[in-house]
Ligand binder design. Sequence first.
Ligand SMILES: [Zn+2]
Length: 347
Amino acid sequence: MPKVAELVRSLKREHLQCQVCEHHCTLAPGDWGKCGVRVNRGGQIISTVYGKATAVHIDPIEKKPLYHFLPGESAFSIGTYGCNMNCMWCQNAGISQVRKKDERREYLGKSFSPEALVEVAREQHLASIAYTYNEPTVFFEYSYDTAKLAHAHGVKNIYVSNGYMTETALEKIEPYLDAINVDLKGFTPELYETYTGARLEPVKRNIAKIARETDIWIEVTTLIIPGLNDSDEELREAAEWLASIDPMMPWHLSAFHPSHKMRDRPRTPPATLARAYEIGQEAGLHYIYVGNILDPTREQTRCHHCGTQLIQRHGFYARPQWRTPGICPQCGAAIPGVWTKDDPTDG
Ligand SMILES: [Zn+2]
C-alpha cells in the first residue's frame, strides 16, 4: 500500500523536494530519492514501503542498543527496505541497500499495517515498537502512523537511526517518539562524506536538539572501525562533544566486524574498545558501554555518583539491582533514563 508523503515542497516544472531527510532530494517526475524507496509519481512523493515490513522480530531492548530505557523488556522491531546512507560497513545491507528502483519490483516486503503492528505489540505485551534494521526516516510515514497509534494504546516507540532526518521530520514525530539511538559514525566531515554518502553536521545538530530540546530519551552509538575512526584524537573529540551536550548521555562503543564492502580490516581489538572507553571517561561521560563483543567489565551500569553497580548485564541479558527503579540504593542518586513503563519519558 503506497502512501503519499506530506513532508514535500513543490518546485517548478513538477519537481518535488523531499523534506524527510537532509539530502533534500529534488525529484523530477519519475525520479527516486537517494533512499531508493521514495518516488515522484503523479505529482506526489510516494513512500513505496508503507505497510511493508522486511524484517519483523521481537528483540531485547538491549539489542538496539538502549541501556537506560526499560531494561530487560522486549521491543517489537520492524524495518523496511532502503536507506539514506550507504555505509561501506553496513551490517544490514541485505535490506538497507536494496533500492526498489533497481529491483523494478515496487512493493516488496510482508504486508503489515500500522494497526496490525500495534495489535501484535499489545497481544504480546511488548512495551515498545522499534523502527530499526534500516533507517526509519526513509519509511517516515509508516513509522509515524504506527507510532501515533501505538502511543494511543500505551505502547512506546523507539527509533534506531543515523540521525539524518530534517528538523521538520523530527519535530513531527517527536510527540510519539519515546527513545532513540543515534549512530555517530565518526567525527570528521570527511569520514561521513567518503564512507556514508552523507554529512556530519546535521547528525550533530539532531543529537544536540534531541538531547536539549525534546523529551525523547537518547543514547548514541559509535561503531569503532580499525584505522578509520579509532584514533585517540577523533575519539576524544567525539567524547568531549557528547559530554558538552550532556555528560549523562549513554555512549555505546560497538565492535566492528568485516561486513558488506568493508572487508579489508580486522575486527575491533578489545584493547581499542578499552582505550575508547577510557577516553570517554576522561572526557567526562558517565555512562559508556562496550558492545558487540563480550566485555563483562564495560557493559554494566554503575551509578555516576558512587560507582555502585546498578544493572548487571551479560550480552543482551540485563538485571536491575535496585529496589526503586532509577534510584541508586547506595547513595540515592537519580539515574538518568526511563525505567518503568508508566514513567513519563524524561529527557
Ligand atoms: Zn550511587
